[in-house]
Design a binder for this molecule. Structure first.
Ligand SMILES: *Cc1c(COP(=O)(O)O)cnc(C)c1O
Length: 364
């Protein structure tokens, strides 16, 4: 038995996502790069590598991780490169995508040896959250003015357009792509490659992936470009759990089970977007599952079980891969969950554990 708390990545659940990505690549001609900001747990990169073309990144460290641990095609993007980073970044990257004309002006010469792109912001997106909306007012994410794009034209051969957010609506995706073709088509036709970013939820159940393949192929043919996708969440959705144990049960009018983990420290993204964790919902015994930090609102959500919970019982929290392991932190000094993998044959093993020494070194 592995000691809780730990994240458990299940290769049998990761595999269907990988197979859908491989199918889409084959049937659309698009290449698929794992967006590391969503998921960077590199011990499973050996497994994912056969199904994807490489990685894309948001910083020098992610870029280096992608190059060294995933390999294949490596895209470099950052909202802002620093003078002391740019040479090293170029040394790892197959393509570098600048966020602004200013960054291209400053560093374009350094990137002469590799493919160079610019982020294009179409000024619309599918995000319902201000916090995650690249099209929010005064957005710093990319260029949209045609005159400015044309000033970059002789220095770039591609663009990255990231404007979807967990978009499971194919018609919306297709309509917005038509809008991009209309507004930017004449410019896009002069390029060699276009990345459409991430946020398309094509590995979700019932998504019309055949229609997506046809639409991407039509776009690629019309623009005469190699299309890239940068799936983050879609790559790893539902492939991991957070395994925790009950430490205490408190009844103050509602039964609260305190577990050996924390939403603030181990599933922070849910707290930021005010969502509840995916918890067991079968049975009539209801408990609020709460974390062990002293933050009053450290609450995963309500769960239902078919029998009463006891101290030491295991609780499994679903969908713990995307934007979760990459955001874990040492708040309250709570033990960071270990990382374990369930192989296709069902065996489980720990690939990384964290202890006091890691806590110590993170702070001074
Ligand atoms: C966040 C991000 C992605 C991945 O988004 P998902 O919604 O996880 O698929 C891809 N590309 C860029 C530029 C991003 O910022």
């Amino acid at each position: 038995m592995i000691q809780t708390p730990y994240y458990l990545i299940d290769k049998a659940k990761l595999l269907p996502n990988m197979e859908k990505i491989a199918w889409l690549r084959e049937n659309s001609g698009a290449k698929a790069l794992l967006a590391l900001k969503c998921f960077s747990t590199w011990p499973v990169f050996d497994f994912m590598r056969d199904y994807m073309d490489g990685t894309t990144s948001s910083s020098l460290y992610e870029l280096r991780l992608g190059k060294e641990k995933f390999g294949r095609e490596t895209h470099a993007y950052s909202v802002g490169w620093a003078d002391h980073e740019i040479d090293e970044a170029v040394s790892y990257a197959d393509k570098i995508i600048f966020n602004s004309l200013g960054q291209l002006d400053r560093f374009g010469d350094k990137a002469k040896g590799i493919a160079t792109g610019l982020r294009l912001n179409p000024r619309f997106s599918t995000s319902g959250f201000d916090l995650a909306d690249p099209a929010r007012p005064y957005s710093r994410l990319g260029e949209w003015d045609m005159a400015r794009l044309e000033m970059a034209e002789d220095r770039i051969n591609g663009v990255m357009i990231h404007y979807n957010c967990e978009n499971s609506n194919f018609e919306l995706f297709s309509d917005q792509l038509t809008r991009i073709e209309g507004e930017f088509g004449s410019f896009l036709k002069r390029l060699d490659w276009i990345s459409l970013g991430g946020g398309i939820h094509f590995t979700g159940e019932g998504y019309p992936i055949e229609k997506l393949a046809d639409r991407l192929k039509a776009f690629s043919d019309a623009m005469g470009v190699q299309v890239y996708l940068e799936p983050g969440e879609a790559s790893i959705t539902k492939s991991a759990t957070l395994e925790v144990s009950v430490l205490d049960i408190i009844d103050n009018g509602k039964k609260v089970a305190v577990v050996d983990s924390s939403i603030e420290a181990h599933m922070l993204d849910l707290l930021i977007y005010r969502e509840t964790a995916k918890l067991p919902q079968n049975g009539t015994h209801e408990y609020q599952i709460a974390g062990k930090t002293c933050l009053a609102g450290d609450i995963f959500g309500d769960a239902r079980f078919d029998k009463e919970l006891e101290i030491g019982d295991r609780v499994t929290i679903d969908d713990a891969a995307g934007y979760t392991m990459v955001k874990k932190n040492w708040f309250n000094g709570v033990k960071m969950p270990a990382i374990a993998i369930r192989e296709l044959d069902g065996t489980e093993h720990v690939v990384r554990d964290f202890g006091y020494d890691d806590f110590l070194k993170a702070l001074g």
